[in-house]
Write a new protein. Sequence first.
Lengths: 376, 311
Amino acid sequence: MLLTEYEGKSLLRDAGVPVSDGFLVRTADAITRRKLTYPVAVKAQVASAGRGKAGGVVRAATPAKARSAARRILAMCFGAERPAAVLIEPWLVIKRELYLCVTVDPAAQGYVVLYAPRGGIDIERGKPPVRYDVGPARDFRAYRLREILRDIEPDASVREKVIALARRLVELASTRDCVTVEINPLAQLDDGSLIAADAKIVRDEYAAFRAPDIAASIASATRQQPRPIARALAGDLMLVWLDGEVGLISGGAGMTMATMDLIGDAGGRPACFLDCSNNPTPAGYRLAFDLLDQAPAVKVILVSIFGGLTQMDRVARVMKDIMQQRRARKPVVFRLNGTNAKQVADIFAGTGLSNHATLESAVAESVAITRKAGRR
Amino acid sequence: MSVLIDQRTRFVIQGITGNVGRFSARDMKGYGTAVAGGVSVNKRDSDVEGVPVFPDARAACGATGADASVVYVPAATALDHVVEAFEAGIKLVVYPGDGLPLRDAIEMRAAANANGAILVGPNTPGLISPGKAKAGFMPSFCYTPGPLGVISRSGSLSYEACFRLTTAGLGQTTVIGIGGDPVKGVSPAEALALLHADPETRAIVYLGEIGGNDEYAVACYASTPGAKPVAALIVGRQAPKGKKMGHAAALIGSHADTHPAKMKALLRAGVHATGTVTELVAAVKAAILSIPEMVDKSFTLDVPFSPRERG
């Protein structure tokens, strides 16, 4: 879960990282009610990358200019995203832009610190940042990071400040369940001090059970999703819409992706990634059918599950019930295999439902149905 | 031989009184696995499926001499139970659960390292040495003994893949579900090292996907002199960029995460790699046929396999 800059900076402030004092406004006129020292920065609060290059950060020297900048930014789209608010901050006079990031990395078996002496919006075009593999947060050692920074950051005063900040970021990531804490740019001001001029913090959604603020962000993000996605999330299903016609109900990420690939190879296009493995219950499958039955683009539903813990005799009984009660007429193709799959044929016997022996034949039938639907 | 587990491995199941624990105790025993004991913190039953239940891991190990554990508890308490197992002296812990916070995954892995023990998981069906023992809940009929060591990031894909291999007569020494999370116990490089050292494993099959950088460890191994032949299936060609596809690590963030980049690296390293499950058996046969003394054995290529990058 990616936080907005404003939310991220508030976490940084709590962790002892210097940030500007800013405030959020949702309308341009709200700026007038504040007493400010100009110039200010007017910054779009969006998750999408490349905000600066897209014109989402503007310097405004007067209240009138700040209002017009805010009005313009609030009406802009960044990718598919419209900013719900803009952040107003004192405009920083930056001497040098640095890059500092702490993220979770498989090779480090934990946290890694990334640093580049030249950051900013073109960070990806420069030399890749140097890395210090920390591991668990308690294994952070200032001297190891100092060794790594010695050659690329000759300014000893900056280096020591970066090391102190890196320690705070590692502790923040660990104690507040952050996957990534990225400061780009970390601004060096004329007086030599460092301040986080931006913040990209990704929090770990899996930690929601112990972090009420993460749980609240997830709930709020879910409310803002289009209704089908919100319903899927609420029902513990994983739904990603794609733009095809084959509605795929499946279990397990790897098999879902393998099936999507086969649909593509057969000349069809998957309509979605819908993984029911977190909720393989009658309610979960009912919701999955409901979502796909209501999506006009979906011409056929392919149920492809290879169950381990999910017992296929139970799934087959649920499918039989759903097929008997469901009003929608969209054709459904089954390929069920896995634990207790031998019983599926008996359960389907006499219902008109059939179970494909192979994934390939199930995919072929599904794609053939979408072709027929396309010709009609 | 096999790696990590065989018929001599003695298991405890932590969380044995839950639905999954009960199901798995019955299933593992049915496969011939030595399930010596169970652990339940609010011990209501004295035995489950004929397995004695203990209040904690130390008691279970003391009474049964168990040296491995499968932990079926929710993510919220998983770290505590896994660390308890390590500190009770258990040298192999399988944690199949998903939804584990990264910080806890980091701590689990650190605890394994500190105790000189091995962790498999999180987010895995576990591992199986066909015909000998299983530690997890994969469907047993998908596996048969044979010369292949299998490593998989995805549970469901490993069932489908191994079902195809088994149907084609291509059995396995050990199938290790390393899991789809970014921080984990046994990593691809470690799984490769284990299978490399096992004399009965003649070739290695890797089942991967988009996102993360696990596949590069496979390419790195395959290009090492003396490496065993490797076949690979990488899924996710149709996945859109920037969306998380179920697994925490299955997200295309940078170019190296993409399907074409991974296929290119694997093919360049000499891996018999394919992007479609339909070609898996042919790719594996091609890998086996690259072992000189396997050529005149019973393996034949009925489908020609020519590795290539797919769009």
